[in-house]
Design a protein. Structure first.
Length: 205
C-alpha cells in the first residue's frame, strides 16, 4: 500500500490531451501564484484514486511553511505527514516508515510560499472557463515527478481560486488523483496535528 501512497507525493484530474495556453493566460498563472502564497492553512476532505482505480478517503490538513497531513479513513493503516523538511510515509500494517525531502516532491509547490511557480509551471487547457489547471515539474529533476493542480474560480477564495485537487505522476508513471471537498482556508491548525506514532517502536498500533 505504501507504494501507491508514494505516487501521491512523488508525482491531472484527467484532462483530454491538455494543451499549453497562449501567453495571454499569464494572468491566471499569476493568480495561482498569489493563491499559493496567501494560503497559510487549509483543511479539506479528500478522495484518492490510484492507477488501479482503488478509492480511499480521508482528511487533508495543510499549514505553511512545510506541514501537511493525509489522515486516511478508519481501517486504512497508512498515514502521510510532512514536517521539518521531510515527507514521511507510515504504513502501520507492516511497521514501515519511509522519508523523502519535501523539495524532491511535487507537493512542495503547496508547502513553500517562497517558490515562484511561474518559473517551473505552465497552464493547461481545461475546456472550462471556470477551471484553472497548472502543471508543475522540475525539468532538471524528472525523477521528482509531475503534479497538475486544479483550481475553481471562486470570488470568496484566496486570490479568487479554490484548490479542487491534483493529479500526481511519479517517474514510473504511477498516477494518483486527489479530489478535495469542504475546503476551508485560514482556519486554526495546531502544530500537534502533524505529530505521528512511530510503528517501529514497541506497543504502537
Amino acid at each position: 500500500m505504501i507504494r501507491y501512497a508514494f505516487a501521491l507525493a512523488a508525482a491531472p484530474f484527467v484532462l483530454s490531451a491538455p494543451a499549453v495556453l497562449p501567453a495571454q493566460a499569464t494572468g491566471d498563472l499569476a493568480a495561482v501564484q498569489r493563491h499559493l502564497q496567501s494560503v497559510e492553512t487549509m483543511t479539506a476532505d479528500f478522495t484518492q484514486t490510484d492507477r488501479n482505480g482503488k478509492v480511499l478517503t480521508g482528511t487533508f490538513t495543510l499549514k505553511k511553511p512545510g506541514k501537511l497531513r493525509f489522515q486516511y479513513e478508519k481501517g486504512v493503516p497508512i498515514l502521510i505527514v510532512a514536517e521539518g523538511g521531510a515527507l514521511t510515509f507510515i504504513d502501520y500494517s507492516v511497521r514501515q516508515v519511509q522519508r523523502w525531502p519535501i523539495r524532491n516532491s511535487p507537493l512542495g509547490v503547496l508547502l513553500d510560499p517562497t517558490r515562484d511557480i511561474t518559473r517551473y509551471a505552465k497552464l493547461v487547457q481545461t475546456g472550462n472557463d471556470r477551471v484553472v489547471s497548472v502543471e508543475a515539474n522540475d525539468p532538471k529533476h524528472p525523477e521528482y515527478g509531475k503534479i497538475t493542480l486544479i483550481f475553481a474560480r471562486q470570488p470568496n477564495a484566496p486570490a479568487g481560486l479554490a484548490l479542487q485537487g491534483w493529479v500526481a505522476l511519479d517517474s514510473q508513471n504511477n498516477r494518483t488523483t486527489i479530489r478535495l471537498s469542504n475546503q476551508r482556508f485560514g482556519v486554526p491548525v495546531s502544530d500537534g496535528t502533524f505529530k505521528w506514532n512511530d510503528p517501529r517502536r514497541p506497543n504502537v498500533r
